[in-house]
Design a protein around this ligand. Sequence first.
Ligand SMILES: *Cc1c(COP(=O)(O)O)cnc(C)c1O
Length: 367
Amino acid sequence: MNVYESIGLKKVINASGRMTALGVSTISDAVAEYAKAAAQSYVVIDDLFAAAGKIVAQYTTAEAACVTSSASAGIAMSVAGIISEGDFTKIRQLPDSTGMKNQVIIQKGHVVNFGAPVTSMIRLGGGVPVEIGMANEVTEADLMGAINDQTAAIIYIKSHHCIQKGMLPMEVMMEIAHQHQLPFIVDAAAEEDLQKYVQMGADLVIYSGAKALEATTSGFVTGKEKYINWVSKQYGGVGRAMKIGKEGIMGLVKALELYVNRDEEALYQENLKKVDYIINGLQGVKGLKVEHSFDEAGRKIVRARITVNEAEAGMSALALDKKLKAGNPSIHCRKHLLAQGIITYDPRPITMNDAAIIVNRIKEVLG
Ligand SMILES: *Cc1c(COP(=O)(O)O)cnc(C)c1O
């Protein structure tokens, strides 16, 4: 029995990826031990924040960093930091930013919902989102036309959620931001490269701890020291509602160490084995076409792709997925292509045993 079953909840097999709706990721024993030991001792919290910030800065090759409770908190606190410029009175007035430069420019194709709207996080920090261009096309003229004496920052969302074509490239936006002495923020919540955007020259870069890093629920902002100082000060203002605990911070510190030293090729081979198992197990099942699929955002991730022929299988991909979810354990796939008749399984969050359960359940449901 797992801990959730002890309060009457169903066991879940998450074969979808890093989904907040399913608990994002699970932590390793080493991370759990760090978090447990941290939760059971006292520490001077300001010193812990300083030490953890230094460690995050080293791993990300930045001048400084600030740990947060999530990437969402990182966005809100980055915006609040820039709008307040670290001024004590302004920090205490936020999120009411009356009388302050508060506009945050964002491309229309980046105004996404990751479970909550990114614009809500901008507003939480006192920002007024200024959307530029069209959903499928943003030009330099759109950006230049939006910059005025109330502009506080420009934000770029690096995510598979965003419209990928027709948007202004990050380099172009960053150059224009810096020509106007405006800070450039990158939301890289689910990204795997911890150094790329810092090295490109972004002022603040935001990551989620529980996604790629498989840390305790956490996040961080990394970048230029001047801005990071302003971000950190928000814990005396709006950031208090986004507090991260000592156990969350130490879990993040350990997870970062493990992540940076991971054997990427070995992990890939391990995941490939699970994908191969699903593909071989479902080969020849009437109405299913099973194959390998590779990540649409270009990350090195292999997945099992199952195309359901409704007429031959006797049910649609949607109906099959619904049955798999309704079972116990409840099996969750990657839903991006479900409406087009395609079920995708992400091997990263599952075990070999889970892969066997998935294969058996699909065969059972399809008779
Ligand atoms: C997941 C996500 C977030 C939020 O991350 P949390 O750590 O869950 O708050 C923000 N931006 C993007 C692009 C995301 O994918």
